[in-house]
Design a protein around this ligand. Structure first.
Ligand code: HEM
Length: 533
């Protein structure tokens, strides 16, 4: 049955629905659900089809993924991550993704988990003595940034370098959030304070990441190609504008979709599992993400990633893994602070398993409720709440029960995981924080419609590559936090959701109260019975 998208009401001449998208984006996206499985909105002169039905979204992301390319919104990302995974498409993207997958496969997760637990312990110790309200998101962002930096570069990275990454990443995210929503592209070119901070942050990060990669390559005897040498020289310059054109794409690198393997052939086994002192080339291996990337070999061609590409992928990981994780955890703390029943259940679980200590890799299977809490947070506040794609050719998006939606080449589609995951037809009391829905009922059933509509990590060829990493990190941090600290809300009202690059909030301040371990290793308890707001 053909599906005719309903035009959204309230568009202004010239601007269309841009004011709604700028001022009350989340409520507006939710309101479009009332218009049926698909609706159209106008943004300036362009029309965008918004998909409100998860079955159509799944079709775009998986079965028909080949008919779509990334949307123009991703162009700003190119300024930051060049040709990194998040900003590429087609056969080049497929090849890169295959090369990168071993770096994040489950068998490597135990080693990353050790780093995660050690850092969680150190950063959460920083909550001691903070009787005054603290910005928990700042603390969790610093933790997430140091975690991915040390998983990427392990021991090779000094604390002052970690600090530099932690300073730069939030600026780049702020810049991408603001400039990504500017349809004219003009804002990025003006001499504004944010653009200046962006340029400085970009330059510092480019130099640091380039330097660490070049150092590692030199240290492990990697034979450098001409392209590597060129990239190494670039990275030392520290002027991001120098090697990128106006679109933010590095000059002289052409259409990367032509490079690589259209069939997406395999990655050699050598790319998997990296540890041990010395490889066949006399290299000293660190067993970190960087080593895995440098070792990844295309089985068909025997080629490895050029150093510049390794740089771009490292930038992709830094950008993709920081705000997403820290914001999910911050939302979790705010939701927990306002729900004594859920908090008590979480405390009971972590007290039984951890008895006040930091969570480790082995504990994860014994923390199912912690995972349900995180699932529910990701349902309510998915960090990547808005995704778009552009039709690369004429196509028909279809799903049983939703209809067939013809789209012409160049048409832009958009969908919001925030709106999809709050659909009352799939999630009863959609605004309520109920981790129990993941224990039994519709959301707990893998084949059920609610589970199918739960897509915080996306799906298909561009689905999140770091999902396992993110679950491991978030479970370890939330359980460790809950075992030792109780975070209390400062104000009466919960934070207001702010639709930035990822789903943010207006005020993340909380106070931290230590939970005191009882005698003889008894489970910790709260020292005071103060009522929670
Ligand atoms: C709560 C945490 C996270 C969430 C909710 C999340 C969500 C997502 C989503 C929705 C996408 C797909 C975007 C699209 O369809 O256009 C994505 C892509 C990606 N994510 Fe994550 N992510 C998280 C954490 C991480 C972490 C920790 C890493 C790395 C260690 C990571 C690495 C990536 C990469 C490399 C991609 C691009 C994949 C591709 O285009 O092939 N993410 N993520």
């Amino acid at each position: 049955m053909p599906l005719v998208p309903a035009p959204a009401p309230g568009g202004l001449p010239l601007l269309g629905h841009a004011p709604q998208m700028l001022r009350r984006r989340l409520a507006f996206l939710e309101s479009l659900r009332e218009l049926g499985p698909a609706a159209t909105i106008r943004l300036g002169r362009g029309t965008v089809t918004v998909l409100n039905d998860h079955r159509l979204v799944r079709d775009v992301l998986s079965a028909r993924a080949g008919d779509f390319g990334l949307s123009p919104h991703f162009r700003v990302m190119k300024r930051i991550i060049g040709n990194g995974l998040l900003a590429t498409d087609g056969s080049f993207h497929r090849r890169q993704r295959k090369l990168l997958m071993p770096a994040l496969r489950q068998s490597r997760m135990r080693a990353y988990a050790e780093i995660m637990s050690d850092l969680a312990q150190r950063h959460l110790d920083g909550l001691r003595g903070t009787a005054q309200p603290v910005d928990v998101d700042r603390i969790l962002m610093a933790l997430a940034t140091e975690t991915v930096t040390r998983c990427l570069f392990s021991t090779g990275v000094a604390q002052h370098q970690v600090d530099r990454v932690a300073e730069a990443v939030p600026v780049l995210m702020e810049w991408a959030g603001s400039r990504g929503m500017d349809p004219t592209g003009l804002l990025a070119k003006l001499p504004t304070p944010l653009n200046r901070r962006f340029r400085d942050g970009m330059s510092a990060l480019d130099t640091l990441v380039g330097g660490l990669i070049a150092e590692r390559c030199a240290g492990n005897g990697r034979v450098r190609t001409d392209e590597d040498r060129e990239a190494g020289e670039d990275s030392g310059v520290g002027e991001d504008s120098k090697d990128r054109n106006d679109d933010g794409v590095r000059d002289g690198r052409g259409d990367r979709d032509e490079v690589g393997d259209p069939e997406g052939r395999g990655v050699s086994d050598a790319a998997a599992g990296v540890t041990g002192p010395a490889g066949t080339e006399g290299r000293v291996e660190q067993g970190d993400l960087l080593d895995a990337m440098l070792r990844a070999t295309d089985a068909a061609t025997g080629e490895r990633m050029p150093e510049r590409q390794v740089h771009d992928e490292a930038m992709s990981f830094l950008i993709a893994s920081t705000e997403s994780v820290s914001r999910t955890l911050t939302w979790a703390l705010h939701l927990l602070a306002r729900d004594p029943d859920v908090r008590a259940k979480l405390h009971a679980e972590v007290d039984a398993v951890l008895a006040g200590r930091t969570a480790r890799w082995e504990d994860i299977p014994r923390l199912p409720y912690t995972r349900h809490v995180l699932s529910e947070v990701l349902r309510l506040y998915p960090p990547g709440y808005l995704i778009s794609r552009t039709a690369a050719r004429d196509t028909v998006v279809r799903a049983e029960g939703a209809g067939e939606l013809p789209l012409a080449e160049g048409a832009m589609v958009m969908f919001s995981y925030y709106a999809l995951q709050r659909d009352p037809r799939l999630f009863p009391e959609p605004g309520a924080f109920r981790p129990e829905r993941w224990e039994s009922g519709e959301a707990a059933c893998p084949g059920g419609a609610a589970r199918q509509a739960f897509l915080p990590f996306g799906l298909g060829p561009h689905g999140c590559l770091g999902e396992g990493f993110a679950w491991t990190e978030m479970t370890l941090v939330l359980a460790s936090l809950a075992a030792r600290w109780e975070l209390r809300a400062v104000g009466e009202e919960p934070p207001r959701a702010v639709a930035a690059f990822s789903l943010s909030f207006d005020d993340a301040r909380m106070t931290a109260v230590p939970r005191v371990p009882g005698p003889r290793g008894e489970a910790p308890r709260c020292p005071t019975a103060a009522p929670h707001p």
